[in-house]
Ligand binder design. Structure first.
Ligand SMILES: Cc1ncc(C[n+]2csc(CCOP(=O)(O)OP(=O)(O)O)c2C)c(N)n1
Ligand SMILES: [Mg+2]
Length: 411
């Protein structure tokens, strides 16, 4: 495009609202009507077009569940989901305070996105593989990881199961089939497809799930994964978590079509857009995608529409690039309040029970921290010993590492 002075310009998108402006999502182009649920084992990718451009939502703003996508979970299952979400939120808040007081070096919260990994992992089978980002630590609670072990990792003390090799929050949990979070964003997407293909090749009833952020989905890794998944019909569930932001870069910079789900359609992938703050819808869509993958009908591509209510990490200050109250305007509301409201609406929960739950979990987190620091705190250690730099990568240490090892360890 030529400007007045004859120079050329390019179109650069912007965020919808900046600090000082009033955020409003009134014209948000979503369409949360009751969508029919197609047959997971039989439908074509094309038949999911409406689901990709629409929005699957089960819980309305008043906490009522309706429509074909209602997974009809028992009250016990719903309460378990709520408990895991409350656990993650309180854990995050406590850990963030610890970071602010110098007890942790770095932290990342899942605030506003607690339903994503928790509902989706609950919808899987325990043999399924998880390829997360740093925004899905909640899957570990579902898979039974101890909080003490998670805190030891975040401190990087002697009990850190990955021995200080990763940044805090970049967890790895072998027993839960929760694959190590990668610092270079996006790499997990194609790795997940590879593992899904290995399961299929071995004839195992295993599905792989993975997530990528809106920002990272602008990288090549995302497209390689979609192509690879489509060509080989991998039993994989590919989620793009569109939480509106990639640190300070708005999601508008990551796709030209303003919709992440529909990008799966030309790859021949069943594609669905789901309200990521609706526990029930997330559960149901994931269950659907698992059934499809396990039956051999192929991969699914899901846009999880949500909002990153907190800062990107403890190193970020969102007041520099977005209105401070933007998350309170998000039409998806808050995932914890919505599930809580639903349970109260069906007579299976109360404000009193909720307060009791919060108190119990808060003590659980405080106790877990006390246990964790018995294995070393950030200021004083003990930390993993220096020779662990050289161990657990090669079964037999190559000669050049052996030389370095001897030099570091003094003989
Ligand atoms: C390959 C690569 N580029 C850049 C970074 C720095 N970085 C870390 S997180 C992040 C933003 C990712 O945003 P998004 O994918 O939307 O995920 P979200 O944090 O919103 O969950 C960036 C740019 C990185 N870790 N790796
Ligand atoms: Mg993002």
């Amino acid at each position: 495009m030529a400007s007045d002075d004859g120079s050329s310009t390019i179109d650069v998108p912007d965020a919808p609202f900046r600090p000082g402006e009033e955020a409003s999502f009134e014209n948000w182009p979503w369409n949360p009507e009751d969508h029919p649920m197609p047959d997971a084992k039989k439908c074509s990718a094309e038949e999911t077009t409406e689901l990709a451009y629409g929005l699957v939502r089960v819980l309305d703003d008043e906490g009522n569940a309706s429509g074909e996508w209602d997974p009809r979970l028992s009250a016990d299952e719903l309460r378990l989901g709520l408990e895991h979400m409350v656990r993650l939120r309180i854990f995050d808040d406590r850990m963030m305070k610890m970071q602010r007081t110098g007890l942790l070096s770095f932290y990342m919260r899942s605030f506003g996105e607690e339903a994503v990994a928790i509902a989706q992992t609950m919808a899987l089978e325990e043999q399924d593989w998880i390829f997360p980002t740093y925004r899905q630590p909640g899957a570990q609670f579902v898979r039974g990881r101890s909080m003490v072990s998670m805190i030891c990792h975040c401190i990087g003390n002697e009990e850190d199961n990955i021995k200080g090799r990763q940044m805090p929050v970049h967890y790895s949990y072998r027993d839960g089939r929760f694959i190590s979070v990668s610092s270079p964003v996006g790499t997990q997407f194609s790795q997940a497809v590879g593992v899904a293909l290995a399961s299929r090749y071995k004839g195992l009833d295993e599905v792989t799930i993975t997530w990528i952020g809106d920002g990272a989905s602008a990288e090549g890794d995302y497209h390689y994964a979609l192509n690879f998944a489509s060509v080989y019909n991998a039993p994989v569930i590919l989620n793009v978590v569109n939480n509106q932001w990639a640190i300070s870069t708005h999601a508008n910079f990551a796709t030209g079509i303003g919709n992440f789900a529909a990008r799966g359609l030309p790859y021949g992938l069943a594609s669905i857009r789901v309200d990521g703050n609706d526990f029930l819808a997330l559960y149901s869509v994931t269950r659907w995608a698992r059934e499809r993958a396990a039956s051999g009908a192929g991969p699914s591509h899901i846009e999880v529409l949500t909002y990153r209510a907190g800062a990107h990490s403890s190193s970020d200050d969102p007041s520099r690039y977005r209105p401070g109250d933007e998350h309170t305007k998000w039409p998806g509301g808050d995932p914890v309040s919505r599930l809580k409201g639903h349970l109260i609406a069906i007579g299976e929960w109360s404000e009193e029970r909720h307060s009791e739950l919060e108190e119990r979990i808060d003590s659980e987190v405080v106790e877990a921290y006390k246990e964790a620091v018995k294995f070393g705190d950030l200021a004083n250690g003990p930390y993993p010993s220096a020779d662990t730099i050289f161990t657990e990568v090669y079964e037999e240490m190559p000669w050049h590492l052996k030389e370095q090892h001897d030099e570091v360890m003094g003989g």
